[in-house]
Ligand binder design. Structure first.
Ligand SMILES: NC(=O)c1ccc[n+]([C@@H]2O[C@H](COP(=O)([O-])OP(=O)(O)OC[C@H]3O[C@@H](n4cnc5c(N)ncnc54)[C@H](O)[C@@H]3O)[C@@H](O)[C@H]2O)c1
Length: 297
């Protein structure tokens, strides 16, 4: 005898009160409010140029204040990027500040958090984007160990200094902050025709660092930690790789399912999502935004 299919519809479900459902405070807010960063300041390392600076502009467009942290003595303003951020933030009545700090210097990092808090008050320092990072292309068989260690020092130890300073700052003030760590699709795959073993290794470490600290700081402090993993973006970093090896652009384009490489602005929406209450139930996760690159072989 053929099995009888059971059709389950709403009316067959048990009636009575639903099990406890607790959404994040504010989760029922209208959607624009969910994505708003009004009343907050976001601390962005690597905010002097490239992706970090584009994300700073996005934060301001979402109504927030911003603090850009970088090694560069001044933020890039070749095409009026920094002036635009200043103009936009003035419209919200917020602040956009710039701070020179090496992310591997733990003491200076803690001081910079306090400096930003003072400057941006009454906005609450509730978001951090750990975006500073370096890249280097050398065949693994010849990789000089000092070069390998330098990549680990900046991309891994520097990211950890940023994460640890964020958690200390938030835990002391009972702020349920959101930390977004910029990793890379290269933390999950090895890019064809690129010899970047140290970089790829460092970004895989950032993925695991995110999961590890998320499981410590979520239950204890309500701090959320996620990685955002871009694919190829045209910035000074990739321009340098392409200048050294122009033929790789063709290889990259073969994996580009949307027929283009990324632009820094492609990451504004994902970053604002991760910083804001729109992602209030998300922690320890990786958001890969790569134009489909990792989806096909
Ligand atoms: N460009 C890409 O295709 C791509 C892809 C995936 C991930 N990423 C990641 O995005 C982030 C930003 O990359 P980008 O392309 O904008 O590069 P970029 O070189 O244009 O910007 C990186 C910034 O980090 C700063 N920095 C470097 N070391 C620092 C230190 N010790 N202390 C403080 N600041 C320091 C640099 O001065 C620079 O302003 C990096 O973490 C990178 O690995 C980039």
């Amino acid at each position: 005898m053929a099995p009888v299919a059971t059709i389950v519809s709403d009316t067959t479900l048990p009636s009575g009160p639903l099990p406890e459902r607790r959404a994040a405070p504010g989760a029922h807010a209208p959607v624009p409010a969910l994505f708003s960063l009004a009343g907050t300041v976001t601390f962005i390392t690597g905010g002097g140029r490239g992706l970090g600076q584009a994300l700073a502009k996005g934060v301001v467009q979402a109504g927030g204040s911003v603090a850009c942290i970088d090694l560069l003595p001044q933020p890039t303003n070749d095409n009026g990027e920094w002036d635009q951020i200043q103009k936009l933030v003035a419209l919200n009545g917020g602040t956009a500040s710039y701070h020179v700090c090496d992310i591997t210097n733990e003491e200076k990092m803690a001081q910079t958090f306090e400096e930003v808090e003072r400057l941006a008050a009454p906005a609450v320092l509730r978001g951090v984007i750990a975006c500073a990072g370096v890249q280097q292309m050398i065949p693994a068989i010849d990789y000089p160990m000092d070069g390998f260690r330098r990549i680990m020092e900046i991309n891994v130890a520097g990211a950890f200094v940023t994460a640890k300073a964020s958690a200390n700052f938030w835990a002391k003030r009972d702020i349920k902050g959101s930390l977004v760590m910029i990793a890379s699709m290269s933390g999950s795959i090895a890019n064809r025709s690129l010899t970047c073993t140290a970089y790829n290794t460092s970004k895989a470490a950032v993925h695991q660092m995110c999961r590890s600290v998320a499981q410590e700081w979520g239950p204890a402090h309500g701090i959320r930690v996620n990685t955002l993993s871009p694919g190829y973006i045209r910035t000074a970093m990739t321009d340098q790789l392409l200048a050294e090896k122009p033929e790789v652009e063709e290889t990259w384009m073969r994996g580009a399912l949307l027929n283009r490489l990324g632009a820094p602005e492609d990451f504004v929406g994902p970053a604002v999502f991760l910083l804001s209450d729109a992602s209030a139930f998300m922690t320890g996760a990786d958001l890969r935004v790569d134009g489909g690159h990792c989806a096909s072989a």
